[in-house]
Design a protein around this ligand. Structure first.
Ligand SMILES: C[S@@+](CC[C@H](N)C(=O)[O-])C[C@H]1O[C@@H](n2cnc3c(N)ncnc32)[C@H](O)[C@@H]1O
Length: 260
């Protein structure tokens, strides 16, 4: 993947939408178009990010000490290692992202933390990622491990078999391992509106597929969903009453945590 600051880029758009500073005019323009298109879009990334924090806290509370964050994104608030290490100071976290800008920023952030590593790789190559020397130094696959596919699989086309990608990682995990997954969904939304949203992304370098509940559930094959199952991200073990805007934004995601 090349760094082209004239074209919007998924990691930097998401960073801008979360209030970050690691983005360029092209990213901000693309996100502002999405915000203008539908008011709750402003809250969509935040709803997902808050789910990520609650889900990691839950998995760490089960004693899982190893995390592989696939499509990790630019470092933001509440990164996986920060959340996990609050309950388990010796938790090991490997971040994986295809974007070279993510690699640079994450490497700088994590330079002094020997319990974390960053790998630049494509999640469509599970075997290569799991064989990576940096990952193997930190992750013992014979022990329970949590893999995260948070806000990344909707960027993987059906032709690239997202269910097969999750399965390839799942096959290598020990019993007691966990899967954390969130995905943009078409469920419960007017098809015309979903189509319009997909068309906005189709013009960017990162086309998205808003998938149905049944399609997203397939990614959990071989795992048992923990309570409350696959839900809008804002309803997943929520600790406070969300604003109406955040709840509306959360309805564009389904998220869940499952145990192998
Ligand atoms: C929307 S961000 C999500 C960040 C984080 N997981 C979260 O939910 O807060 C998606 C990230 O996935 C990365 N990504 C997209 N497709 C990928 C692929 N095929 N392999 C690796 N990373 C990918 C992008 O570069 C981007 O940083």
């Amino acid at each position: 993947m090349e760094v082209d600051t004239d074209k919007p880029n998924m990691a930097r758009m998401y960073d801008y939408a979360l209030g970050g500073k690691d983005n360029f005019a092209a990213d901000r323009d693309a996100v502002n178009k999405l915000f203008a298109f539908s008011p709750e879009n402003r809250y969509v990334p935040k709803a997902n990010r808050r789910f990520l924090g609650r889900a990691v806290r839950h998995v760490a509370s089960q004693g899982v000490r190893q995390f592989i964050d696939l499509g990790a994104g630019l470092p933001s608030q509440g990164n996986v290692h920060e959340v996990a290490q609050q309950s388990l100071p010796d938790a090991h976290v490997v971040y994986v992202d295809a974007d070279p800008v993510v690699l640079t920023h994450a490497t700088a952030l994590l330079a002094t933390d020997p319990s974390t590593a960053v790998i630049q790789a494509d999640i469509r190559e599970p075997e290569k990622i799991l064989a990576d020397g940096k990952l193997r130094e930190l992750i013992d696959l014979s022990e329970p491990t949590c893999v995260l596919f948070v806000s990344v699989l909707h960027g993987i086309s059906d032709a690239d078999d997202p269910a097969g990608i999750v399965q390839a990682f799942a096959d290598q995990l020990a019993p007691g391992s966990h899967l954390i997954l969130s995905h943009l969904t078409s469920e419960g939304h007017p098809p015309e509106l979903v189509k319009q949203k997909e068309e906005v992304f189709a013009k960017s370098p990162t086309p998205f597929s808003y998938r149905s509940r049944a399609e997203i559930l397939r990614y959990f094959d071989g795992f048992t969903l923990v309570e409350p199952g696959l839900t809008p991200v804002t309803s997943w073990r929520d600790e406070e009453t969300e604003s109406a805007e955040m709840t509306a934004a959360g309805a564009w995601w389904l998220g869940g945590v499952a145990r192998k």
